[in-house]
Design a protein around this ligand. Sequence first.
Ligand SMILES: *[C@@H]1O[C@H](CO)[C@@H](O)[C@H](O)[C@H]1NC(C)=O
Ligand SMILES: *[C@@H]1O[C@H](CO)[C@@H](O)[C@H](O)[C@H]1NC(C)=O
Ligand SMILES: *[C@@H]1O[C@H](CO)[C@@H](O)[C@H](O)[C@H]1NC(C)=O
Ligand SMILES: *[C@@H]1O[C@H](CO)[C@@H](O)[C@H](O)[C@H]1NC(C)=O
Ligand SMILES: *[C@@H]1O[C@H](CO)[C@@H](O)[C@H](O)[C@H]1NC(C)=O
Ligand SMILES: *[C@@H]1O[C@H](CO)[C@@H](O)[C@H](O)[C@H]1NC(C)=O
Ligand SMILES: *[C@@H]1O[C@H](CO)[C@@H](O)[C@H](O)[C@H]1NC(C)=O
Ligand SMILES: *[C@@H]1O[C@H](CO)[C@@H](O)[C@H](O)[C@H]1NC(C)=O
Length: 452
Amino acid sequence: MQHATRLRGSRWAARGLCCVLAALSALWRPGAACPAACTCAGFRLSCADPERSLTAFPALTEPEMENVTDIYIANQSSFTSINDRDLAFYRNLRNLTVTSTRLTYVSRDAFQNNLKLQYLNLKDNNLSSLSWRVFRHLNISYLMLSGNPLQCSCENMWMKQGRGEEAEAELLCVEEGGKRRSLSTLNLPQCVVPTVILTSQKVSLLEGSNLTVTCKASGTPTPDLKWNISQLVSKYKIVTSGQSSVLSIFHLSSLDNEFKVICSAENIAGESEATLQLDVRFPPTISKLMDAIPDHHWCIPFSVSGNPQPKLSWLCSGKPVEEGEYISTRIHDYSEHEYHGCLQLDSPTHVNNGRYTLQAENVYGKDSKSIFAHFMHDPWNDTTATDPSYYDDTPLGPPQDRVAVYVVVGIAAVTFAGFVLMLVVLKFGRNSKFGIKGFVLFHNVPVEAVGR
Ligand SMILES: *[C@@H]1O[C@H](CO)[C@@H](O)[C@H](O)[C@H]1NC(C)=O
Ligand SMILES: *[C@@H]1O[C@H](CO)[C@@H](O)[C@H](O)[C@H]1NC(C)=O
Ligand SMILES: *[C@@H]1O[C@H](CO)[C@@H](O)[C@H](O)[C@H]1NC(C)=O
Ligand SMILES: *[C@@H]1O[C@H](CO)[C@@H](O)[C@H](O)[C@H]1NC(C)=O
Ligand SMILES: *[C@@H]1O[C@H](CO)[C@@H](O)[C@H](O)[C@H]1NC(C)=O
Ligand SMILES: *[C@@H]1O[C@H](CO)[C@@H](O)[C@H](O)[C@H]1NC(C)=O
Ligand SMILES: *[C@@H]1O[C@H](CO)[C@@H](O)[C@H](O)[C@H]1NC(C)=O
Ligand SMILES: *[C@@H]1O[C@H](CO)[C@@H](O)[C@H](O)[C@H]1NC(C)=O
């Protein structure tokens, strides 16, 4: 009894050890890459051992870094900077904590590849300044900066606005003399976040028109004014003087319809931007009208552009098409400045055959295009298409295919008949004096008669 229990006990112990080992191996990924001060477990990387301090972010294998969403670094007395490439491979990083270290410098491109970064805790470090430009491409929900010797400087003024939790805890800054004060009440006369104003927010113009837009900025120090119009198709010219810039667009192209003209201004304290949306009016153009295609329904596909959206109508062999339950115009999609759709026909017959003309019209003009659509042969005129299932919902195939099927079946039938005939001839021909005559008789006389 005792022996058996002990045995069972040791078996349990062995199983327990196995579990612990398995858990450990899952937690501690093998590989020299994980530094001694850290644990590198799947998505989370944690370095909080004050005895063996880290100087930079761990460089693991690329797929391992790809998997990491959380990095936690604390109590590292040799950790002083976050440089351009340090986090380049941690592309899925969401949470970053670097706290109670000697962090003094964060490069402007430190988070260039960390587009998913949301939560950033940099409390209790040695940061004296941090530019808003470090975060310009990110969507950070929580940013914590308290416990740093932040200077009461223009570069740190953007922190007044507060982000997430930081807004609650008061952020302090250090003045020249070493006095601490609240950042939220700080006012520096030489430091004003820029503002920009565009002459209008939306303009409606006919294609081919000229347009001038003025962008005015304010802010201290004098902000840099920029237009983001590299994707504009129309020709343009920019004249900037001081805090005002004039953009002239010549001979507006219809391809610039819906384009957003962006003017932005930035200085050390922050940035702002204003946008103007172009509404370019132009007459319709039918860029595509194609042969009818059988799908669930029949479809005559088309693509049309025009602003305002053109009204569409159809003619079939010169007569207006009455739209209704069985025939209707459908727009499926608006993309690349065009409306894409179908004239949809439900089970069309020979009555629907004809020359289809699409007419597109708006206040600025019209366009039309035609195509011949052939759905079914006239049953009274053409005998090859009398089969009523010819063009039902699940057609078996085009007429050529059917003819091919008939031919193949015919050949097979003839071959088979020949084969049977040969067997018969061989069987009876061997013990018959009629020889080849048996073959001739075969058509008209019962088989038994042949042998006799
Ligand atoms: C990354 O994560 C996936 C899913 O959690 C896992 O299957 C894979 O082994 C991980 N890759 C590395 C290199 O850790
Ligand atoms: C960092 O060190 C301090 C003091 O040595 C300790 O109280 C704190 O718990 C440590 N933090 C972490 C995350 O280990
Ligand atoms: C990020 O950290 C915060 C605070 O520790 C936590 O609430 C949140 O769940 C974390 N997010 C992720 C994606 O791990
Ligand atoms: C903090 O940063 C300043 C420079 O900004 C440096 O002179 C100082 O030595 C740093 N302090 C620590 C404790 O690293
Ligand atoms: C930014 O993050 C917030 C909340 O995390 C989210 O609601 C918002 O859609 C995000 N914006 C962009 C542009 O990703
Ligand atoms: C647009 O500007 C160009 C160049 O200044 C000029 O030649 C043209 O006549 C203008 N067009 C209109 C419609 O004003
Ligand atoms: C210009 O604006 C587009 C969006 O309209 C944006 O994707 C692009 O990054 C901007 N370019 C610059 C240089 O800001
Ligand atoms: C029969 O079809 C031919 C052309 O395929 C056409 O010219 C002729 O008018 C049609 N006859 C009738 C009665 O529809």
